[in-house]
Ligand binder design. Structure first.
Ligand code: DAK
Length: 267
């Protein structure tokens, strides 16, 4: 891993930093438009994921928005207003592909939602493994107000996360949810004062980075692949990956450390 706070390249719309051992921080950096996502930003995020995937020492990815007002206020409406239907389909496909890539990235991805997470921003946060929110966060899918449907998987992920009835309410009214409501409805894992959000995210990331990477990667596969399987097949998959985890050096070290009454040292 690179040294602390290493900026790994010079993108225009995002910042990608290696902030501590095994921990990457990706910041969507278009604060003048509340970090709205245009095609170039999606492309840069895609490149960032390729970089992270190629780094075998990567353990956790944190994603946040620049500034104090927004995580991401949606797909860039100015950009979308010029798209033809075919271009809109391509834009949606790029976003879908990117968000699916995030969801299946081999390491945990945590959204730090500081402010508005609307439309594509809510969809981005929901594609992360889980969400830590600042107390000023606002979540919603307001596409109905623009006369369009969600295009980056929002109708599907919101339904899986908060249930059909609540998802329908949010989708057809376009109303926003506070961080506190998101917490009650199971969309958000924890809410923190805005000034603490990044530190809490970094603490959590360091804690995860010290655990067994083999076990975490297999666990992410179990949760991601298992949720769309029937229970019988999901349990077969769990037995298979449980068996596979016994082939890893982390299993040898983890069990030896327990028996020797010491902390495990996972590489
Ligand atoms: N796109 C472009 N610019 C945006 C933006 C966005 N989504 N959100 C905010 N901005 C810009 C504003 O235009 C403004 O720019 P200037 O006027 O200063 O040049 C600047 O950010 C500051 O925003 P405001 O002045 O509006 O700030 P306020 O505090 O008054 O309001 C707000 C904050 C977040 C409530 C408001 O900005 C707002 O309602 N923004 C739009 C939120 C929204 O509707 N988001 C959902 C976008 S739709 C698809 C693919 C994807 C999608 C759909 C289809 N296919 C290709 C089929 C996804 C769609 C969406 O995400």
């Amino acid at each position: 891993m690179k040294s602390e706070n290493t900026q790994t390249n010079d993108f225009k719309n995002i910042l990608l930093e290696a902030v501590s051992s095994g921990v990457y921080l990706l910041t969507i950096n278009r604060p003048k438009v509340l970090n709205a996502l245009n095609a170039d930003t999606l492309e840069e995020m895609n490149q960032a994921l390729s970089k992270i995937s190629a780094d075998r020492s990567a353990r956790v990815l944190l994603i946040k928005g620049s500034g104090e007002k927004a995580f991401v206020a949606g797909a860039d409406i100015e950009h979308m207003s010029h798209l033809t239907p075919i271009e809109a389909k391509t834009f949606a496909e790029h976003g879908m592909h990117l968000f699916r890539r995030l969801e299946t990235l081999n390491i945990p991805v945590v959204a730090l939602v500081n402010g508005y997470a609307l439309g594509g921003g809510c969809e981005l946060a929901m594609s992360c493994d889980f969400i830590l929110a600042a107390d000023n966060a606002k979540f919603g899918q307001p596409e109905v107000n623009l006369g369009i449907t969600p295009g980056f998987g929002g109708s599907q992920r919101l339904t899986r996360l908060v249930g059909r009835a609540m998802a329908m309410e949010l989708l057809v009214t376009g109303r926003s949810m506070s961080a506190e409501e998101g917490l009650q409805r199971g969309l958000v894992n924890h809410v923190y004062p805005q000034s603490e959000l990044l530190d809490r995210g970094l603490e959590l990331a360091s804690m995860i980075a010290g655990k067994s990477n083999n076990a975490i990667q297999l666990t992410k596969q179990l949760v991601q692949r298992g949720q769309d399987l029937d229970l019988d097949n999901a349990c077969v998959m769990e037995s298979d990956l449980f068996g596979l985890s016994f082939s890893t050096p982390d299993r040898t070290e983890g069990m030896a450390a327990f028996l020797e009454n010491r902390k495990p040292n996972f590489d």
